[in-house]
Every structure is written in structure tokens, then in C-alpha cells.
Design a protein around this ligand. Structure first.
Ligand SMILES: *Cc1c(COP(=O)(O)O)cnc(C)c1O
Length: 405
């Protein structure tokens, strides 16, 4: 067995398909958001980031940094163990209480990431339900798919946001059989909303439990930043809400919020929760500050500015005839429709215009829908937006990428 060869071949296959990923070597700088230093073979340059999931710039909010410093200085660098083995600090308890209150649920539970939260919670909830069948939207995130898989339960995939299809699949099952519907409130590659109310109606009609991933919504939607379910007045109707502290909250970690018994069962049975060291105190302290800030007036102001920036960018790109894909949210996808040109466009933006937007290619999105996914933040001002629009127009001309129909 030529072990080395196996791995070289695996890489070669990905390269041949044009799917080999190269990470931009970036250095974010406190006080300069959304700008960062880009380390290249020929030196270091300042670039503007237009594709960060630190959607509101909270990763460098002075109060968040102060909370991280304070937690670090008073609690130390690491949590010291799993939650069971002395890794529960008072900050973990406070943050879980805050998140439960935010989502108006009885309890919440922290995980080391949003990915781990989905994998651990979905698989545990489904496994505890006797003979459970899971209904999963076809565009669900990889972490939800991992949860569905590791539950080893029967699964039914419904077409994206297709309520008729979901209903047909639900109706095929005996009413008494345990059912879990897993879906998202904001699908992050297309920027569309999940039909939360209609899914909850179906869940009620067919006696199913609901699990909603609000990763791309928490901090950004709703009066207190609890997500789309809060904005639409539906939080009470969703059984389990899952979120991350790593995107709009600008830190790290994931969580679920729900009924006490559900959360306690996941705490007691989920391997991905039990057997890993808990989040560092600095991270938890920072996240707690961020959640509290975004629940208040400053959060409402940032959310308003965030939506305004996204709407303005969509309008300006459309006015230039650039193919902005229809998006109802803060996410602004621009269609390229070809993997090679998508990568070229991204490279050209970075090399010639100091603008960083990573290419989104298969398998993240279907072939033929390769795109640039732009995420404007409240901190991308008009002048910065002018530079982006001008650069995109030039790149579209140079690479002869199709314009909007
Ligand atoms: C990013 C993402 C996750 C994972 O969250 P992390 O905190 O980054 O691990 C889960 N669900 C969706 C939809 C995501 O986009």
C-alpha cells in the first residue's frame, strides 16, 4: 500500500474538478473592520472583506473585547474540562440563562460550535424518539445532515421550502409515529427565508416536532435579535431553536434553546456535548456581552443599518445590470454560473481591486449556479460600496460574465 499516494490522488481529483480550496491568509485588525491585511507571497496589503459572517462587526466591538479580557483575567485561559468535569463556569450558566430568555424558552445549552450543536442535538433528539422519522429540507446545512445521519433514523428529504412536498411526506406516515422536521430560517447561499409559520402549521396538523436552525438570523432579525421566529412572532411555535455565537455575535460556540426536558435530555445523552472541553471563559464572556448588546437599542440600530446596506447594495448592483440573485435577506448573491470564471472573478477582485469575496462553487451550491456571495455589514460605507460596484462592473466586462437578463 502506497499510503502517501492515496492522499495525493485524492487531492489531485479535487484539483481536476476545479474544487481545490485555497484560503486567503488574512489578518483582521481591530478598529479597521471590514478591512484586513492580506499576506501574499509578494508582501502584505490591506483589503476590504465583503464576505464575512461577522455580519455586524461584533467580533471587535469594544464592549465585547472588554468582556473577553475581563473573563480571561479573572477565569483564566481554558475552561479546565468538560462541563461534567469542572468545565462549567458561572459564565456558562449566565449565558445559557440569557439565551433561554432571548428565545423565550425554558432552557438553553451551549456547544463548542453551531456545527456541533446541530450534529449532537438533532441526532440525540431523533434517537430518543422511538422509531422517529426525520423530515429534512434538501438545502439544510452540512451540520444538520450530519445530525440526521448519525441518528440512524429513517429520513425523508423534502424539496427546498416546498410545503406541498413536505405535507405529502408527512401524510404518508401514521399519525402516532414520532416525527421531527428540521429546517432553517435563513438559507445562507440563496438568502431566502424558511416558511416557519407554514411548517409549524403542518407540524401541528401531523403531530410533528420542529427544529429550526437560526444560525444566519440570530443577532440580525427580531426586536431583540432572537431571529426570524422572533420577527414573525413565532418563537413559541418552534420546539427547538438552534443558533451560533460565531456569526452575527462575532465570537464562537453554538446552542439550542427549548423545553427543559428536551434540553436536559440532550445535555444528558449527547456525546458531542458531554465528551469535549467546554468553551473558554473569554469566549463565553465575550458572547454574553454580544448577545446582551444586540438585544438592546444598539442592536436595533445595527440591524436597521445592516438591512439598509444590503438593500442599497442590491439596488446598486441591479442598476448596473449585474445579476443579483433574488434574495429576501441581508445576503447578496451575484450569479456567475461557471466555476472557473467564479474563481477568476474572485482572484481578480483580490489581486487588482483589494476586495475579498470568496468564490462559491459546487458542492456548496448546484453546478451552474456558481456565485459570489456578498455580505454587506453596517460598516461598509457608501465610498466602500462605490469601489465594490465599480470593481464588479470591470470584472464582469473583463471576464465576459453574463449580465442580468
Ligand atoms: C455556519 C453554519 C452552522 C455552523 O455554525 P458554526 O458555529 O460556524 O459551527 C450551522 N448551520 C448553518 C446553517 C450554518 O451556516
Amino acid at each position: 500500500m502506497d499510503y502517501r499516494r492515496v492522499f495525493e490522488d485524492a487531492i489531485a481529483r479535487i484539483k481536476a474538478e476545479g474544487r481545490y480550496r485555497i484560503f486567503a491568509d488574512l489578518q483582521r485588525q481591530v478598529g479597521r473592520f471590514p478591512r484586513a491585511l492580506h499576506h501574499r507571497p509578494d508582501g502584505v496589503r490591506e483589503v476590504t472583506i465583503w464576505c464575512s459572517n461577522d455580519y455586524l462587526g461584533m467580533g471587535q466591538h469594544p464592549a465585547v473585547l472588554a468582556a473577553a479580557r475581563e473573563a480571561l483575567e479573572s477565569y483564566g485561559a481554558g475552561a479546565g474540562g468538560t462541563r461534567n468535569i469542572s468545565g462549567t463556569t458561572h459564565l456558562h450558566v449566565l449565558l445559557e440563562q440569557e439565551l433561554a430568555r432571548l428565545h423565550r424558552k425554558e432552557a438553553a445549552l451551549l456547544f463548542t460550535s453551531g456545527y456541533v450543536a446541530n450534529e449532537a442535538a438533532i441526532s440525540t433528539i431523533a434517537r430518543l424518539l422511538p422509531d422517529c422519522v426525520i423530515f429534512s429540507d434538501e438545502l439544510n446545512h452540512a451540520s444538520m445532515i450530519a445530525g440526521v445521519r448519525s441518528s440512524r433514523c429513517e429520513k425523508k428529504i423534502f424539496r427546498h421550502n416546498d410545503l406541498e412536498h413536505l405535507e405529502r411526506l408527512l401524510a404518508e406516515q401514521p399519525r402516532e409515529r414520532a416525527k421531527l422536521i428540521v429546517f432553517e430560517s435563513v438559507y445562507s447561499m440563496d438568502g431566502d427565508f424558511g416558511p416557519i409559520e407554514a411548517v409549524c402549521d403542518l407540524a401541528e396538523k401531523y403531530n410533528a416536532m420542529t427544529y429550526l436552525d437560526e444560525v444566519h438570523a440570530v443577532g440580525m432579525y427580531g426586536e431583540h435579535g432572537a431571529g426570524v421566529a422572533e420577527q414573525w412572532g413565532l418563537m413559541e411555535r418552534v420546539d427547538v431553536i438552534q443558533g451560533t455565537l460565531a456569526k452575527a455575535y462575532g465570537c464562537q460556540g453554538g446552542y439550542i434553546a427549548g423545553a427543559e426536558a428536551v434540553v436536559d435530555a440532550v445535555r444528558s445523552y449527547a456525546s458531542g456535548f458531554i465528551f469535549t472541553t467546554s468553551l473558554t471563559p473569554a469566549t463565553v464572556g465575550a458572547a454574553l456581552a454580544s448577545v446582551r448588546l444586540l438585544a438592546g437599542p444598539e442592536g436595533r440600530e445595527l440591524r436597521a443599518r445592516h438591512q439598509e446596506r444590503a438593500a442599497t447594495l442590491k439596488r446598486r448592483l441591479a442598476a448596473e445590470g449585474l445579476p443579483v440573485m433574488p434574495s429576501e435577506t441581508h445576503i447578496v448573491p451575484v450569479l456567475v454560473g461557471d466555476p472557473v470564471r467564479c474563481k477568476q472573478a474572485s482572484d481578480m477582485l483580490l489581486d487588482e481591486f483589494n476586495i475579498y469575496i470568496q468564490p462559491i462553487n459546487f458542492p456548496t451550491v448546484p453546478r451552474g449556479t456558481e456565485r459570489l456571495r456578498i455580505t454587506p455589514t453596517p460598516w461598509h460605507d457608501d465610498a466602500t460600496m462605490d469601489q465594490l460596484v465599480e470593481a464588479l462592473v470591470r470584472v464582469w466586462q473583463r471576464l465576459e460574465i453574463p449580465r442580468a437578463a
